[in-house]
Write a protein that binds this ligand. Structure first.
Ligand code: NAG
Ligand code: NAG
Length: 316
């Protein structure tokens, strides 16, 4: 009996011990669980906070853009898409040239004037030319008319600096294509704005540009400031851009932005796309900073004033 009792007591003690251990384990497990739950909750909060921060950042970047006029994926062809805007008073400060001075103003985009293959040829021309030198900052230009090429913090004249060597860099076909394309751009501008194609003239500066995300070293590299072409260059009446690379795949940032009082409207570069507009303050614009990759384009400018006309370039 006594033995049994002892055994029983022992047994009882053992059960109680086991219970205690179980309870202890349960408590420990519970607190471990609570610990995990707190950790998971904190992680969730952290992830959400990061998410909201990223979202706020992205929307703050995008909030300046009211409307994408033409996206990279769209194909505007064969006819240009025209967005009319009221002409500014800028033109009143200049002599009027009937048949050329803007009567109606606006901006237009077309993918039907220059083929992708032609634009790629012109990009290779630009790559070869710009490889001769280039700016220390992120923005380099090559002007085949004046010969200006970015070099370090300044410019050189390729025709003087490289002379005969250029024959190894450019071909007659390159220059022929360049002249041909600028002629087609001139024709589409005249057609779209109802001008006399013989009374609109190529003017300077007309140049290739290559932009990447490298930090600006001089003012020449600061392409992103809002500006009005007619204010910057009094002779400009129509400005055009021929894009030689694709927004989103060749580079990011670098969208063209018309800064209207009612909102910012963008044109996304696409290889072979021509965008053109009247140069007055009805078309205040800027180029977004390029964030990665390389953006190639050609700026082709036109004037109504024959005194500011320039000739097509020719290989020496
Ligand atoms: C931009 O281009 C220049 C000239 O080719 C090059 O030296 C530089 O590394 C490039 N920067 C970036 C961020 O790609
Ligand atoms: C257009 O963008 C600029 C910044 O690039 C911003 O300051 C301005 O408020 C925007 N305009 C409109 C009407 O949203």
């Amino acid at each position: 009996m006594a033995q049994l009792r002892t055994r029983n007591t022992k047994g009882k003690n053992a059960t109680e011990m086991a219970k205690k251990i179980k309870r202890g384990n349960a408590l420990r497990q519970g607190s471990a669980w609570r610990g995990h739950r707190v950790l998971i909750a904190s992680l969730l909060v952290a992830v959400s906070v990061c998410g909201v921060a990223v979202w706020l950042y992205v929307t703050s970047l995008e909030s300046d853009i009211t409307e994408t006029l033409v996206s990279q994926r769209e194909l505007v062809s064969p006819l240009p898409r025209l967005y009319t805007v009221q002409c500014s008073e800028d033109y009143e400060n200049y002599q009027r040239y009937p048949g050329c001075t803007p009567q109606s103003c606006g901006r237009a985009v077309t993918d039907g004037v220059v083929t992708r293959e032609e634009a790629e040829s012109l990009r290779r021309l630009a790559e070869r030319g710009l490889a001769l030198a280039g700016s220390e900052g992120g923005a380099s230009i090559l002007d085949l008319h004046s010969g200006a090429l970015s070099m370090g913090k300044q410019f050189v004249n390729i025709y003087r600096y490289f002379g005969e060597q250029l024959q190894d860099v450019f071909t007659q076909e390159d220059f022929q294509l360049y002249r041909d394309v600028r002629g087609r751009i001139q024709a589409v501008i005249a057609e779209t704005f109802d001008l006399d194609p013989n009374l609109i003239y190529l003017t300077k500066p007309t140049f290739f540009s290559r932009i990447n995300g490298t930090i600006a070293k001089t003012q020449h590299d600061e392409y992103w400031h809002p500006h009005i072409d007619k204010v910057t260059y009094g002779s400009f009446d129509y400005t055009s851009l021929l894009y030689l690379s694709d927004y989103g795949s060749d580079f990011s940032g670098g969208r063209f932005i018309f800064m209207d009082p009612t909102g910012n409207r963008t044109v996304e570069p696409r290889t072979g796309r021509v965008s053109f507009f009247s140069s007055g303050s009805e078309n205040l614009h800027r180029v977004e900073k390029v964030t990665w990759g390389t953006r190639y384009a050609i700026t082709v400018s036109f004037t109504c004033d024959p005194a500011h006309a320039i000739a097509d370039p020719a290989l020496p």
